[in-house]
Design a protein around this ligand. Structure first.
Ligand SMILES: [Mg+2]
Length: 336
């Protein structure tokens, strides 16, 4: 197999703010794997927060080309060889996506079908990024009925997080989920989850810093389900997440791709955990990979490509709030 990759910049429709950062554009890598004249594509969105970078991913891909081998169908063996190289999960996810795209195209089947799944899933949430309560309410109101649930970014560290949710609750009947991105301390979290329960919030994502020793107590005392995100990267993390969360947020850029994500979903089920599938700010190429396994999940947060000014990889259909993967071979997306 021949591997090529190039940098790309994704421009956001509007600046996107969470507790730890604001961005107007995101830098990604697109990889192309060619075999027998057929090409598969995948996207890497390296996360600085996890010590990854576009430069690091590029260096990793040069090294990874040497262990891919010549059989794109040997997904498990390729995955094991890639796992022997440290880190760079976003780049691994890009290779995993490109391999699945390639295999699907070689067989003339969509990836969801190869996985024995259906092209469906719960509606995606739409992210209302962190801002003042009024501002968040205005943006939530503007969503109208385009989306069927909202995910509010919290973690303002200004004592206004519950107010943010109350303001949004005042303008919409949509189900609300909140994501604190590790910005609460234990006592603050215990108090806030009680108030959020009264506002009809469905669940709270990553209220405490990853690894926070208060996680087990918060799980015990919270009237709302806690979903962990920054705490949960790969299969090996899932058992410990059961002690601090009621569910896990799986992302391909953390897991290293679809195969590990599917293993994580099943492990989470075995531990009685809910399964959420999230994304970074990604183009349709990254979102298409995740959308293939949407039917395995309870909650989806796959709005990455919808946050962009323009999606350079169209093909995922947004139908009645659901991100539906195409009925075309591979991941089902093409460059615009
Ligand atoms: Mg999150």
């Amino acid at each position: 197999m021949r591997l090529a990759h190039r940098r790309a910049t994704l421009r956001l429709e509007a600046p996107f703010t969470i507790s730890r950062s604001t961005s107007v554009e995101e830098h990604v890598l697109w990889v192309e794997l060619e075999h027998d004249g057929v090409s598969g594509f995948g996207e890497a969105q390296p996360q600085e927060h996890y010590g990854e970078s576009v430069e690091g991913a590029e260096a990793f891909l040069v090294e990874a080309e040497g262990v891919l081998g010549d059989d794109p169908f040997a997904l498990e063996a390729i995955g094991e060889r890639l796992a022997s190289l440290p880190g760079n999960r976003a780049a691994k996810a890009a290779l995993d996506g490109a391999l699945h795209d390639l295999v699907g195209k070689l067989l003339g089947q969509p990836v969801w079908r190869l996985l024995g799944l259906v092209p469906a899933g719960p509606p995606t949430s739409w992210t209302v990024w962190l801002g003042d309560p009024d501002d968040m309410a205005r943006r939530a109101e503007a969503v109208g009925d385009r989306f069927r649930r909202l995910k509010l970014k919290l973690g303002g560290r200004d004592g206004l997080d519950v107010e943010r949710v109350r303001a949004v609750r005042g303008v919409t009947e949509l189900p609300l989920q909140v994501d604190v991105n590790e910005y609460w301390e234990l006592e603050e979290a215990v108090e806030a989850v009680g108030e959020l329960a009264g506002l009809g919030v469905e669940y709270v994502e990553q209220p405490l810093p990853a690894g926070d020793p208060g996680g087990a107590r918060l799980k015990r005392e919270s009237p709302l389900p806690i979903y962990v995100d920054e705490d949960c990267h790969t299969l090996a993390d899932v058992p410990a997440c059961a002690e601090r969360g009621h569910g896990v947020n799986i992302k391909l850029a953390k897991s290293g791709g679809l195969r590990e994500a599917v293993r994580m979903a099943h492990a989470a089920r075995a531990l009685g955990l809910g399964v959420m599938l999230g994304c970074m700010v990604e183009s349709g190429l990254g979102i298409a990979a995740a959308a293939q396994i949407g039917s395995l999940c309870d909650h989806l947060d796959l709005d990455g490509n919808l946050l962009l000014a323009e999606d350079p990889w169209p093909g995922v259909a947004f139908v009645d709030g659901v991100q539906v993967p195409a009925d075309r071979p591979g991941l089902g997306v093409e460059p615009a």
